[in-house]
Design a protein around this ligand. Structure first.
Ligand code: BGC
Length: 575
């Protein structure tokens, strides 16, 4: 498997560190005392990097004298939007921002939270996270009220966030204690959004896996995860299901399952699983966990226990464009990537409960378990709408040894998609020699401003995975090149390439809705604030706001993109 995540791992030089220096803690399966929880945390800190706290450790109230500050100069000529300036977004269009627990919350050891894979991985092999730890990030746990106030000034009507499983169930599994303090945190967070007229959109799982489940049975490498995820999901639905009406079970299942190819998941391999096969052990377990949780959700609605709402998962990836559109082989690589990257999750859920033919033909059942007929029945139709984290479009090129030789060899570096990934240039440049679009920061080589292909993506997705619930772009965003090298506020705030990307993208979406008649119902921008960008930590910035980590209150400042997006929606959003 290959994804932007592995690419970032390679870039940050961490692929060589495939073995873990420290061992996972013995799992806790009964008793569940504070001493047991302390022991799990000790294993996080065993490498000598203690968990730290933020300076601010009480919830900050919204500011009484809040203002967005001086308006930036207008930088983008109005004629660029001439074709779209009078187009309105459909009524009820979801306009919002998106975050994830590990990337913004901080306060990892507070409120009775249990450790996650990311706490353990970053602390025990610190280079994995660019010599940083996710202990504080932007301290949203204590600063959420002010952060919501700051985001409200953009005019958003939705806020997508994720719940940290280990905050609700510190030990992760069914039958283990539920943390009331953890549940209360998200109640407070959701209430604050609602008080501000912002719709909460909740993701149950954005990659942070309870450490105890990794120790106990290898998390998504084991079928037991289905029951445990369902238990967690059911607790969250019952607690928040009257207030949250839009849910995602999983964020980017493909990128998540790919993580099983590397540290720290590689320490979990048993029974012949290896870095090539582990992601495909994860796939059916994750799909089934999703489907079972959706069944539970729908059951709670029909019993009248929670409000009627909708649920799906956030897909990732895209249908590429062929490097050479005259090459039948490059065109086949396009189909392979579409089927094997996106279709492996989308086809079972939206079409027929089964994997696409190209998946079945390429990945043997000994690596990718096939679904039983009963499983297919619950998987098919287990989403009310389609959602895609759609950041960019890439180029598909045939590998030098050809598709066939690659597809039949599990050890081929391009297996199973058989897209030439040997050098980044071939993925992001076209046959003419031009880049596919304006590049993002080199640390995110998977990303360029390819908004000219957004309509192509949406047309294909809605045709291939049709759903009456419409389609949502559940994440899109941009890493401004070299932003981390900027030191002055006026430089940090001038995120012109991000602003261009967002506006290009939003204008393309307007055209998709009005010219292509795509049933696009919402767009969530990644992300309101610079945060902990996984293994690139604070070095890679996607935020509409900058965070000054050298101030005790982690001061936030708006960037140009914040204002540009605000003004776009002011113009196009109807009541
Ligand atoms: C993920 C986010 C990540 C963003 C930028 C998305 O794939 O869901 O967690 O920060 O991309 O890399």
């Amino acid at each position: 498997m290959w994804s932007k995540f592995l690419e970032a791992v390679i870039l940050s030089g961490c692929l060589t560190q495939l073995t873990h220096a420290q061992s996972l803690p013995a799992p806790v399966t009964s008793g569940y005392s504070q001493t047991d929880l302390d022991r799990l945390w000790q294993s996080v800190e065993q490498g000598g990097v203690p968990v730290v706290k933020a300076n601010v450790t009480r919830v900050l109230e919204p500011l009484a004298n809040f203002s967005v500050g001086p308006e930036p100069p207008r930088f983008r000529p109005a004629y660029l939007q001439a074709t779209t300036q009078n187009i309105e977004l459909p009524k009820g269009f979801l306009y919002g921002v998106s975050t994830a627990a590990t990337q913004v919350e901080g306060a990892v050891k507070e409120g009775g939270r249990g450790p996650s894979n990311w706490d353990w991985g970053c602390h025990n092999n610190i280079t994995v996270c660019n010599n940083e730890v996710p202990d504080v990030t932007v301290n949203e746990y204590y600063q959420y009220k002010q952060d919501i106030q700051r985001v409200k000034a953009m005019g958003v009507n939705a806020f997508s966030f994720s719940i940290a499983w280990a905050r609700i169930l510190p030990f992760g599994h069914r039958g283990s204690p539920v943390s009331e303090e953890g549940l209360q945190f998200y109640d407070n967070f959701i209430d604050e959004l609602l008080k501000n007229g912002i719709e909460p959109v909740a993701t149950l799982f954005h990659w942070d896996t309870p450490l105890n489940l990794m120790s106990q049975y290898g998390a998504f490498l084991n079928n037991s995860i289905v029951e445990d995820f369902d238990n967690y999901a059911s607790i969250a639905f019952q607690r928040y299901g009257k207030k949250v009406k839009t849910w995602f079970t999983f964020n980017e299942p493909h990128v998540y399952c790919d993580q099983y190819a590397a540290y720290p998941y590689n320490s979990l391999y048993t029974g012949g699983i290896n870095a090539t096969t582990a992601p495909y052990t994860c796939v059916p377990n994750l799909i089934k966990a999703h489907a079972v949780a959706v069944q539970t959700y729908r059951g709670l609605i029909s019993e009248g226990k929670i409000a009627k709402g909708k649920i799906a998962l956030k897909h990732d990836g895209q249908r590429p464009i062929p490097f050479d559109s005259n090459s039948a082989s490059d065109r086949e690589v396009v189909e392979r990537r579409a089927d094997i990257y996106i279709g492996i999750f989308s086809q079972p859920i939206y079409v027929d409960g089964n994997y696409p033919k190209r998946v079945l033909d390429t990945i043997p059942a000994s690596i990718l378990r096939r679904f039983t007929d009963d499983e297919k029945k619950i998987i098919k139709g287990s989403a009310d709408f389609y959602a895609i984290d759609s950041y960019a479009t890439i180029v598909a090129k045939t590998p030098p040894n050809g598709i066939e030789a690659c597809a039949s060899n599990v050890n081929d570096p391009n297996w199973p998609i058989c897209q030439d990934i040997s050098d980044n240039v071939s993925q992001y440049s076209t046959q003419s020699g031009w880049a596919v679009g304006a590049a993002a920061d080199p640390l995110s080589p998977w990303l360029a401003d390819t908004s000219q292909w957004l309509r192509y993506q949406l047309n294909w997705l809605t045709k291939t995975y049709p759903t009456p619930g419409g389609i949502y772009i559940s994440e899109f965003g941009f890493a401004e090149p070299y932003e981390y090298l900027r030191t002055e506020n006026y430089q940090l705030a001038w995120d012109e390439r991000r602003s261009n990307y967002l506006l290009d993208y939003l204008n393309a979406a307007l055209l998709a809705i009005h010219e292509d008649k795509i049933d696009l119902r919402g767009m969530l921008i990644w992300t309101p604030i610079d945060n902990f960008e996984w293994n690139l930590a604070t070095q890679q910035k996607f935020g509409l706001q900058h965070v000054n980590h050298s101030t005790p209150g982690l001061d936030r400042t708006y960037k140009l993109s914040f204002f540009q997006v605000r003004d776009f929606f002011k113009q196009h959003l109807v009541g």
